[in-house]
Every structure is written in structure tokens, then in C-alpha cells.
Design a protein around this ligand. Structure first.
Ligand SMILES: [Zn+2]
Length: 326
């Protein structure tokens, strides 16, 4: 068990213990009653904190991808229709995840849907929010921890700088976890989508299979009960643990982006814990809904409650127009 994994375990226990509070969308932590700064001052402060920091640990969660245009997961909207039209017209799913839960009648159609889903994220360009964040971090020593599976961060950065602790869409694993291997999903997915055209199913012989047991493959992602937590998974935790421990005595800024109420244990609460225990750590969260700053952190951090895409754009503009007083 490594350092960050251990932190997640602790917060998971906390989550179970106080489950009704979390389930109601709240938190068992005592929150600050300080009034937030006006929005413009919050942006200035965000930029200053980034400038002053020796290093930044970014925690990128679902709200970041949603803000950047990846809004097809939970609704039947234009972007969902753009990628999933044949399925949307036939089944009227409320977004990409709803289709994943559908009791598909054939494996060929199930894989048609799954391939469409994976292809959509694999081939999506890097979205504006990510580019704005990238500009904000320019010249900084930083590391990214993410629960997003949509490959946005690895399109921008080398894998050594990114820990994807919930898996991601470029890899397959054995659906039955018979082996610790993961393998490329990009090529097989492109082939499936190619052959499918405007239909909703793929040919039987394109169903991806485990090279060891011959059973079906599955994307290497958490959320469906068979997430392979082997070597590759351990490596993700080792990367974030190493980075955090190496920088614990420096001016480290924990920048949390878009953590929802379902999973505070992977980014949010470990960041709170680390900010509290490291002497020079600072914490900033950006969230479009939840104003959660623990009272214990009120002098070390800030929460900006606003649209994440807007915040990152405004911060980038402010950084660019500043007097660069470094
Ligand atoms: Zn297998």
C-alpha cells in the first residue's frame, strides 16, 4: 500500500461511516463561515497562488470535463446526438452512461455502443478548459491526478505527469480479470466504428477478446464492477504518491477542479488532508455547485463557485495580462 492509496482508504472509511451525510450532498466536515471574495478577486488570487507556488498538484474530476464540452454523459443533448445518433434514435438513452447500463440483446450491438462511446472520447480534441489550464500552468512544476477516464490529460502530457486512478479509455483489460495485462483499445475501436457505419452493431468476429482466456475484453475503467486493479493501477498511485512526498516541504498548491459529491475520497478529501498536514501547502477548489471549504483550511485555501470553463479562461487571461511580477 502506498502513501496516496492509504489516504484514499482513510477517506473511504470516513465516507462509509458518514454515508447518510454524503448521500444528502453534504459533508461531515465543519465548513468555514467566512464570506467568499468577489469573483474578480478570486480569479486574481487564483493566479497569484499559482505564481507563488513552487509546484501544483491538479486534481481533475468530472466537472472539469463537463465544463469543457464533455457534457454527453448524463443527458440526451446535441453533443450526445452528434456521436450517438443511431442509438439515440433507436433507444432514447439519457446520455452515454445510460446506454452502458442497457440490457443489450446481442453482444454485437453492445459492442457497437461501447465502441462508439470509446471512440468519441479517444478521438475528441483537447477541450478549451484543458488548454486554458495548461496555459495557467506554463513553466510550472506540476502533476495531474484525475478520475476522468476520457484521455484529455494524456493528450496534453506525458504519462509520467498524469495519474489516472479510475482507468481510461485507451486500454482494454480482460472482462473476467483473468490476467494482469492491459492492451491497446484504440485500433480495435477504430475498426469497429469503421465497419459499423450508421448501424448499431459490429460483426461478431470484431468483438475484442482477451488473448489469454478468449473471453471478452472490457475497457480498463472503474464503474462496472470488474475494474482491473493490478500493476497498471498500482503505477498510477505510485506516481501521485512519489510526487506528493517529494514536494511535501515546498510551496505546493493543490488545485481541485470539479469534484462531485459521489466521490470525495479520491481527490477532495486527500487534498484537504494534505493541505492541512504540509507546512507550506495551499488549496484552491473550483466547483460550479458546491462551496465546501473546511474551517480548518480557511487560512490556507479558497473555493471558487462558478463555471469551471469560465474560471480557467478568466485566470488564463489575467495571467497573460498581468505585470509578471515574479
Ligand atoms: Zn481473460
Amino acid at each position: 500500500m502506498n502513501f496516496y492509496d492509504d489516504l484514499v482508504m482513510q477517506t473511504q472509511m470516513n465516507y462509509s461511516r458518514h454515508y447518510p451525510i454524503y448521500a444528502s450532498g453534504s459533508t461531515p466536515y465543519q465548513l468555514t463561515d467566512k464570506k467568499p471574495l468577489p469573483y474578480g478577486e478570486q480569479i486574481d488570487r487564483l493566479v497569484q497562488e499559482v505564481k507563488k507556488a513552487d509546484c501544483v498538484v491538479v486534481g481533475g474530476a468530472s466537472g472539469l470535463s463537463a465544463a469543457g464540452g464533455g457534457d454527453f454523459y448524463y443527458e440526451d443533448n446535441d453533443s450526445y446526438r452528434k456521436y450517438f445518433r443511431p442509438f439515440a434514435e433507436k433507444y432514447h438513452f439519457k446520455g452515454a452512461f445510460a446506454g452502458m447500463m442497457h440490457p443489450w440483446k446481442t453482444r454485437e450491438e453492445y459492442w457497437g455502443y461501447l465502441a462508439t462511446f470509446l471512440h468519441t472520447t479517444q478521438t475528441a480534441p483537447v477541450r478549451h478548459s484543458y488548454l486554458d489550464l495548461d496555459a495557467l500552468l506554463k513553466g510550472k512544476d506540476f502533476f495531474v491526478l484525475t478520475t476522468n477516464q476520457d484521455t484529455q490529460f494524456v493528450k496534453l502530457y506525458q504519462e509520467e505527469k498524469v495519474a489516472e486512478i479510475q482507468g481510461e479509455h485507451r486500454f482494454f483489460q480482460c472482462a473476467a480479470c483473468c490476467t494482469d495485462d492491459t492492451w491497446d483499445a484504440v485500433k480495435p475501436v477504430a475498426d469497429m466504428v469503421d465497419v459499423m457505419g450508421d448501424g448499431t452493431k459490429i460483426p461478431t468476429d470484431l468483438i475484442p477478446r482477451c488473448p489469454h482466456c478468449g473471453g471478452e475484453a472490457f475497457p480498463w475503467v472503474r464503474g462496472y464492477g470488474n475494474f482491473l486493479q493490478g500493476k497498471k493501477y498500482e503505477e498510477q498511485y505510485e506516481k501521485i504518491s512519489r510526487y506528493v512526498l517529494e514536494h511535501k516541504d515546498s510551496k505546493i498548491l493543490f488545485l481541485e477542479l470539479g469534484v462531485g459529491r459521489m466521490t470525495p475520497m479520491f481527490i477532495q478529501e486527500p487534498f484537504w488532508n494534505l493541505t492541512l498536514s504540509f507546512p507550506h501547502a495551499r488549496y484552491i477548489a473550483v466547483n460550479n455547485k458546491y462551496d465546501f471549504l473546511p474551517k480548518q483550511l480557511e487560512d490556507k485555501g479558497m473555493t471558487i463557485v462558478a463555471d469551471i470553463a469560465q474560471v480557467l479562461k478568466d485566470a488564463r487571461d489575467t495571467m497573460g495580462s498581468g505585470d509578471n511580477d515574479q
